[in-house]
Design a protein around this ligand. Structure first.
Ligand SMILES: *[C@@H]1O[C@H](CO)[C@@H](O)[C@H](O)[C@H]1NC(C)=O
Ligand SMILES: *[C@@H]1O[C@H](CO)[C@@H](O)[C@H](O)[C@H]1NC(C)=O
Ligand SMILES: *[C@@H]1O[C@H](CO)[C@@H](O)[C@H](O)[C@H]1NC(C)=O
Length: 262
């Protein structure tokens, strides 16, 4: 049996407190995160616990990053260039936004989950950006999560490091592969890119599908000792959905979408 660790055991409360002190006050912390760590435990050497700070990692370290939810426009300055959510010029704080913080273990395949029973992303602009760092700020492009009609619940995020420094975060699309075999009354392929659920099928919105978000993380590039981070390679080489078997302990906390693969 593969040992599974829960996020709450890995993310010290202190990190939360410091985050509140350094991030704009109104950017509320959404810490309903569940982090699953596959493989064995090893020592953490990264003592940076907040997402808007710079660090260099090695394999087996914890790594803290954030995901901000807001409207697409609010991630851009002057509607032209995208800034990191850590950049105060965006003033995400005064806008309608939410923040989730995660601390997965580097180079291990993790599945993050955000419970949407009390948090519905369309109420906060419907887009999300993953980010970390300040001087060396990296951020993903905004990904569509939800509007009043549709919600996308399954994502893959790649964190790319060079010599231990985060360089890039990007969303890996599956071209709607996860839509195949699903009921057309509930699932829709949006823009040949994302398999979305009609919000009317979600729990709390008149339906019975659990529309919690699941974000599968993978790591690529090199750590500060130039060791290769291989979890992305592993994902590519596994059949896409066989990976969900390793999360079978989470059966009850995942979206209905994943359940059919167990
Ligand atoms: C946005 O535009 C204003 C006025 O043109 C300029 O002063 C400001 O520096 C710009 N902001 C950014 C982040 O580029
Ligand atoms: C929701 O997003 C989808 C896909 O981008 C779009 O087709 C639809 O018109 C949007 N619905 C609303 C109410 O904005
Ligand atoms: C989300 O939270 C609700 C209420 O606390 C709970 O009933 C539900 O099982 C949770 N869903 C997930 C995916 O954890």
């Amino acid at each position: 049996m593969i040992p599974l660790l829960r996020a709450s055991e890995k993310l010290p409360i202190m990190a939360t407190v410091r985050l509140f002190a350094t991030l704009p006050k109104k950017l509320l912390l959404l810490l309903m995160a569940l982090i699953v760590v596959v493989h064995s435990e090893a020592a953490n050497t990264n003592n940076v616990y907040q997402p808007c700070a710079d660090t260099k990692i090695q394999r087996s370290d914890g790594f803290t990053f954030g995901i901000a939810f807001s409207s697409r426009d609010s991630f851009f300055a002057n509607q032209s260039h995208q800034l990191s959510p850590c950049d105060r010029r965006l003033s995400l704080a005064s806008l309608n936004s939410q923040l989730a913080v995660f601390r997965p273990r580097v180079d291990q395949i993790s599945l993050l989950s955000i419970n949407t029973s009390d948090f519905f992303p369309d109420a906060f602009g419907g887009y999300m950006v993953a980010f970390a760092g300040r001087k060396y700020a990296a951020r993903s492009q905004p990904a569509f999560v939800a509007n009043s009609t549709f919600i996308v619940t399954s994502f893959t995020l790649v964190l790319e490091f060079q010599k231990g420094r985060l360089q890039n975060l990007y969303w890996k699309r599956d071209g709607c592969a996860s839509c195949s075999g699903k009921s057309r009354s509930s699932y829709v392929c949006l823009n040949n890119q994302d398999c979305a659920i009609r919000t009317s099928s979600c729990r709390n919105r008149g339906g019975n599908v659990d529309c919690s978000l699941g974000i599968q993380l993978t790591f690529s590039g090199t750590d500060k000792h130039l060791s290769a981070l291989n979890s992305w390679y592993e994902v590519k080489n596994l059949r896409q959905y066989s990976l969900y078997n390793v999360y079978s302990n989470l059966r009850d906390s995942l979206t209905g979408q994943y359940n059919r693969f167990f």
